[in-house]
Design a protein around this ligand. Structure first.
Ligand code: P6P
Length: 323
């Protein structure tokens, strides 16, 4: 049913009606994330004015301490997610260890997030994003974060780009909501997103080409060039994955001689993005195994990432397996 223009909160409640036994806990959890990212978005939009308002770590013209944007985003996520009472534990790219909010003692979920991925791009006004991954509470300790990606209850990201978009899946496909700043609501703009079977874009940081492992990736990329693909690499995962979700093709951050497991984190980058891409009909692999099947061993572990349209990923795997 066409629901374009429906606001995110109504959409979340509409999805909840699919589950007669739903308690509303996941809905409230998602609404808490929505509130946090709306505030983050307002600060991201002001980032260019920090020089006037005061550099991070200094005071602004009101004499207030100006926080670095990624620290601010992390604090806002912790504040909103904790006070919602819907999360037993929070793991963040910015925190060495998970935190267990007082308000979440009876909560059903745990959440891992990257509060502001790609924040090094803020100074040059390149799109950045927030990524999150929600799992069920199982053992009531940190091991609840070490569940395979296919067990995610929900995953999503917010891309702070030419517009602010909230992209989410709870396991029934992928939907995108665009923020209408005039009313402060995310409105459904991309319903039931599906990746094209094949794209025309490859997205690798080719400056690392000599270090890539396996080196068969070099001939894979050369083949794509011969097939007429174009290169797009923004260097902000949320932006590169968002483009791949919409237009298809392949995004990758391979392992290399310097980074044996690549650069991207499993729990709050690779796994949620793999969930979304897979839900939208694409594939996501480390080159050796499906990202969603990995049993994590550490909340900050890194994995090689290849994700995108089926054609490009299957072609990649044949290059890797045939050497
Ligand atoms: P490189 C941003 O710093 C980030 O973590 C991801 O958002 C992005 O995909 C990657 O690193 C870019 O890394 O080495 O290509 O600059």
């Amino acid at each position: 049913m066409k629901k374009l223009g429906m606001d995110l909160n109504s959409f979340i409640l509409d999805q909840e009606r699919r589950y007669p036994n739903a308690t509303g806990s996941l809905s409230r959890a998602l609404v808490a994330i929505e509130s946090a990212v709306k505030v983050i978005a307002s600060h991201v939009r002001m980032a260019g004015l920090v020089d006037i308002l005061g550099k991070a770590g200094k005071t602004n013209i009101q004499g207030e301490e100006v926080q670095k944007l990624d620290e601010l985003a992390n604090n806002l996520m912790i504040e909103y997610l904790s006070s919602s009472g819907e999360f037993f534990a929070l793991a963040s790219e910015e925190l060495d260890e998970p935190i267990f909010p007082e308000e979440g003692k009876d909560a059903k979920y745990v959440i891992a997030f990257d509060p502001l991925d790609g924040s090094s791009n803020i100074d040059v006004n390149v799109s950045i994003g927030t990524i999150f991954s929600i799992h069920k509470r199982v053992n009531s300790d940190s091991s609840d974060f070490l569940q395979e990606g296919y067990k995610q209850v929900a995953a999503g990201y917010v891309v702070y780009g030419s517009s602010t978009m909230f992209v989410i899946s709870t396991g029934n496909g992928v939907n995108g909501f665009t923020l209408d700043p005039s009313v402060g609501m995310f409105l459904l703009s991309h319903q039931d997103i599906k990746l094209p079977e094949k794209g025309k874009i490859y997205s690798f940081n080719e400056s690392n080409i000599k270090k890539w492992e396996p080196q068969s990736l070099v001939s894979y990329v050369e083949t794509l060039k011969e097939e007429g693909y174009t290169s797009r690499y923004i260097g902000s995962m949320v932006a590169d994955v968002h483009r791949t979700l919409i237009k298809g093709g392949v995004f990758a951050y391979p392992a290399d001689t310097k980074n044996k497991n690549g650069k991207l984190r499993l729990l709050y980058e690779a796994s949620p993005m793999a969930f979304l891409i897979t839900q939208a009909g694409g594939m996501a692999t480390t080159g050796k195994e499906d990202i969603l099947n990995i049993k994590p061993t550490d909340i900050h572990q890194r994995v090689p990432v290849f994700l995108g349209s089926k054609k490009e990923i299957q072609q990649l795997l044949s290059f890797i397996n045939n050497g």
